[in-house]
Design a protein around this ligand. Sequence first.
Ligand code: XIL
Length: 378
Amino acid sequence: MRNRTGDHSWTGDYRRNGAPYRLWPWFGALGLALLLLAGCGAAPTLRTPTAPATPTITATPTLKVLQTAINLGTAVNYDALVNDAEYRALIQRYFTTTVPENEMKFDAIEPQQGTFDFAKADAIVRFAQENHIAVRGHVLVANGQLPDWLKNGSFTRDQAMAILKNHIETVVGHYRGQVISWDVINEAFLDGPWALRNNFWMRAIGPDYISLAFIWAHEADPQAVLYYNDYSAEEMNGKSSAIYALLKNLRAQNIPVGGVGLEAHLTLAYHPNPTSVAANMARFAALGLEVAITEMDVQIYQGSGTQAQRLQEQARYYGDIASACHHTPACKTFVIWGFTDKYSWIYDYWKHADAPLPFDASYAPKPAWQALLDTFLK
Ligand code: XIL
């Protein structure tokens, strides 16, 4: 099935389900029962002067209530961060890593050729810094969310390379020292056959776009860990094996790839085998790479049984992926793609009602949150 941009296909059957889910309230007192532990270290300051238009997101710093061995992260929805105080408070309380959901993407950050708009991304980074939260950068080279000037332009290979180089140097340079890791290449492989997608970059530059992007990003910030990120590659399968072969090859050539991001966008109809996920993580780790879960959510509309049973099943899926990460020394970061059902991308993007995240739309923790705590607080 294709998405709106026609650039991004997914496994599984994403039929529309018209009935909105009613979420039953669930109170997991564990999070709050844990003693307050201060967040880590001093926040770095913004090195690049912020554009005057940057909005200020006010938030009273709160102590972190969780101390996990893992960096627990969430994607951040910019509008919610600006407008919803409860949303801000939960991020402050629970998370040590964050990822702008859309604000660092090509169309958002270079809307006109050579004109960069960092205002929203800067506001998220500043919020994170003020609250001792690390930032993952997402994303430098992707199939979709490209600006019209780029998509509709006609460029020679040299011009396309110059555009990408300038984009990466400017964006990574702007956040140098402030973004701990970048998703440099996103979703480059087809869902089968396991070849590189014929995306804009492939057509304009050819397969070298991948190694060039890593090299340019590394030059712009040698400290940032540079990731290849993809979905449906959590377990051992054709796609993860194609990614493995690519990354092994890049490492052999000393291309500065430092991590693999396993997105973990799951549904109740798509449950990667936990043993296979752990084995997959181990093979990437053996290449010397970090492994991270980068975008986890679990759609439940395809499940059977009552809503309560689906939420229990969802919790099991979260727990299985969390546990595979927890038992892999190279997996130190676990990020969910938003944390509350109030703002999940699933409704707008996949056009069906759902309840994919660990907190419900009223911010009550669901069984999935308990499953994460049970795993990471052990
Ligand atoms: C999604 C955002 O969540 C949506 O708001 C946007 O409309 C489309 O992109 N894999 C990725 C993310 O790497 O960038 C996607 O984010 C979700 C799938």
